[in-house]
Design a binder for this molecule. Sequence first.
Ligand code: LLP
Length: 421
Amino acid sequence: MDHFLYRDGELHAEDVPVAEIAAAVGTPFYLYSTATLTRHYRLFEEALAPLPHLICYAMKSCGNLSVLRTLAALGAGADVVSVGEYLKARAAGIAGERIVFSGVGKTREEMRLALEGGIRQFNVESEPELAALNEVALALGRRAPVAIRVNPDVDARTHEKIATGRKENKFGIPLSRARAVFAEAAALDGIEVVGVDVHIGSQLVDLAPFEEAYGKVADLTRQLRADGHDIRRLDLGGGLGIPYERSNAVPPLPTDYGAVIRRTVGDLGCEIEIEPGRLISGNAGILVSRVIYVKSGEERDFLILDAAMNDLVRPSMYGAHHDIVPVREPAPGTEAHPYDVVGPVCETGDTFARQRPLPPLAAGDLVAFRSAGAYGAVMASEYNMRPLVPEVMVNGDQFAVIRARPSYDEMIKRDSMAPWL
Ligand code: LLP
């Protein structure tokens, strides 16, 4: 459920007409709903309520300061994958003790900054990383809290670019090596082993892979405890999928996911951490765009929008589907017309949808891409010298620009002229 609904024939974000924001801000822009963010966060809270837990929002999915502050005020921690994200989470008011640091390629400098600033745990993905972290911690006279990410070799049954839990993926330590690596970690003075970490992929629409992976983590935890390790936290990653196509079956809900967690690892007495991103931010955001031209081709009609692949890359990068809806509600009985929906960028890959049935649209009309809150604005670029799309947030009947569109002047000034020119 989200809070982008038609009211009086106009798409609203909570209590604000989307067209009103478009008039004030200009298109294209991302638009987030506070009520939807809150609702989705709370679903996870409720799902995990019986267990000691921390929800570490995966800010890579949507990392605007106002989004982070909204979730922080509800009690969220953060999952970060770079020191940039770490610093931004801190700037949004999330304490270091509530931040987990994931990722296969943390540099020593990143480790140092996070250790100095305060960090809940590093999710370590390899032996060389463990050795580097040990050195950095010793140099600072600290012990770094560590969960070791294991690779359970589970097929997440999702898009190949976002599956992470197979043995051929770059992530984590193979289960067969896990006990040896935990023993190695325990022997290092700069490392304090606190738990086990796993993340098998993103946009999972089936609970079976979670069940399989978490079952393996539970077995490993028992073994590690028998080996003498104090495993007190389990970080179970993110990955729960969202409905991108309203017409499709609804993926499992956080409550069903919570039941899997309780069933598989609930009796271990560990504090549970999860790292959801998409399920919190995905359907809490839309991308609003205006039709520039309708171009009638020989075989098909093109809807040329002012948003492009640089603003929302998921369709061209993953072949992802986003529902597209007109901002003005079509009259009942309006017949749909198939359009190829494209942006102005100079490559054929800049196509959002082919032969998508939509109500007849004309130049100047507004449309919204749904489910664009996650991996939307954060993956945008300035390709073709197109300014980064602004971000706007709605809360009830208020809205605010939470990242302004840069001016062309600002964009040009970011480059500098080489001295010999
Ligand atoms: N934790 C770790 C270690 C991750 O790598 C990810 C996502 C998450 C948590 C959050 O997963 P979520 O709950 O959002 O599924 N750009 C792609 C998705 C990449 C996901 C990367 N890792 C897309 O647009 O579909």
